[in-house]
Design a protein around this ligand. Structure first.
Ligand SMILES: Nc1ncnc2c1ncn2[C@@H]1O[C@H](COP(=O)(O)OP(=O)(O)OP(=O)(O)O)[C@@H](O)[C@H]1O
Ligand SMILES: [Mg+2]
Length: 309
């Protein structure tokens, strides 16, 4: 985040406990205008609780919570006009149509986007006159996002927007979220999916047991822990390990299931040296590839557990 950029979210030492459950236990983060910020964490991490405090739906026990420069506890109504909220679980009026629901929600706001434009944005044109109860799961999800956009918000909260969607519907929602960012809308989303966080988010907070464990750009989070990348190819007797281990940038060479893996902190240097060496003995490394650590590896390294079981 650039210093001095305008903040749309400022949270400091936020706490929210339910009896003995420390759902959110001292969380601090900021989101700048125009950012897509993701909270990634397993079930029960405290993501929904955090987001609902920000939306003004739950009072915090303690801490500072500002949205669009305003204190959430003191200015809930003016904030609500300017944010969009997609809840993790919604029950829509089952016998209103897509069009009726969007018209109705639009009427709650001083300023709202034409219903047709919203329907097109989430690709529900063919279902415009269907009852909410007759939409598929993915269509309901898209409707709930359209409802979050009725007031053309400056900041949109999306709680697991793509959970339960098929890969195609997920990608079309990713496009929608990118489109929001292109027009300057700030987005805070939660997700269990590391690919989603990697694809969409400028910055990510990894949350577990009410705490933020790490925060930053995905590439930084990975780079902080995993400096090396792996260059791999099908093993070939003409390329012995002793030789490969001495190539530029290589810190370690290993054999794994018929593949040779070179751990390198200088991938271009290593690949260049490998191709030159292979050329000298007239072989071409087959199925050559480069593998990088992922957010999943970061989470595993932080917690000793997989993100999803
Ligand atoms: N209204 C409530 N009353 C009591 N406990 C609650 C309440 N809401 C949430 N919790 C507890 O707080 C913790 C955090 O829940 P939260 O819903 O914020 O997690 P989450 O990260 O959104 O999880 P998920 O990925 O499953 O949506 C959990 O242990 C949950 O059981
Ligand atoms: Mg949740």
């Amino acid at each position: 985040m650039t210093q001095g950029s305008e903040l749309v979210i400022r949270v400091a030492d936020l706490k929210k406990h339910y009896g003995d459950v420390r759902a959110v236990d001292g969380v601090t983060f900021e989101v700048a205008r125009g950012e897509v910020f993701g909270m990634l964490g397993p079930n029960g991490a405290g993501k929904t609780t955090t987001i609902e405090v920000l939306e003004g739906l739950r009072p915090p026990d303690s801490g500072t919570v500002e949205v669009l420069g305003l204190d959430v506890l003191r200015h809930p109504q003016s904030i609500k006009q300017r944010i969009g909220v997609q809840l993790q679980s919604v029950s829509l009026y089952p016998r209103l149509t897509v069009t009726e629901l969007l018209d109705l929600f639009g009427s709650f706001f001083n300023h709202h986007v034409p219903t047709k434009q919203l329907i097109d944005a989430v690709d529900l044109g063919e279902r415009a006159h269907a009852w909410a109860m007759n939409l598929s799961g993915g269509q309901q999800q898209r409707l709930s996002i359209a409802l979050a956009l009725v007031n053309d918000p400056e900041l949109v909260f999306l709680d697991e927007p793509t959970t339960g969607l098929d890969p195609q519907a997920r990608r079309s929602l990713w496009d929608l979220i990118r489109g929001l960012q292109d027009k300057g809308t700030s987005v805070m989303l939660t997700t269990h999916y590391m690919e989603e966080a990697t694809e969409l988010c400028n910055r990510v907070a990894i949350m577990d047991h009410g705490h933020i464990l790490e925060m930053g750009a995905v590439s930084d989070l990975i780079g902080r822990r995993f400096r090396e990348r792996a260059v791999f190819f099908d093993s070939n007797p003409k390329l012995p390990m002793e030789l490969l281990a001495r190539l530029g940038g290589v810190s370690r060479a290993a054999q794994e299931e018929g593949q040779t893996v070179l751990y390198s902190n200088d991938v271009p240097g290593t690949v260049g040296a490998l191709l030159a060496t292979a050329d000298e003995v007239s072989v071409e490394p087959r199925n050559l590839g480069i593998r990088q650590a992922t957010l999943e590896d970061v989470f595993l390294d932080l917690t000793g557990r997989a993100l999803r079981d």
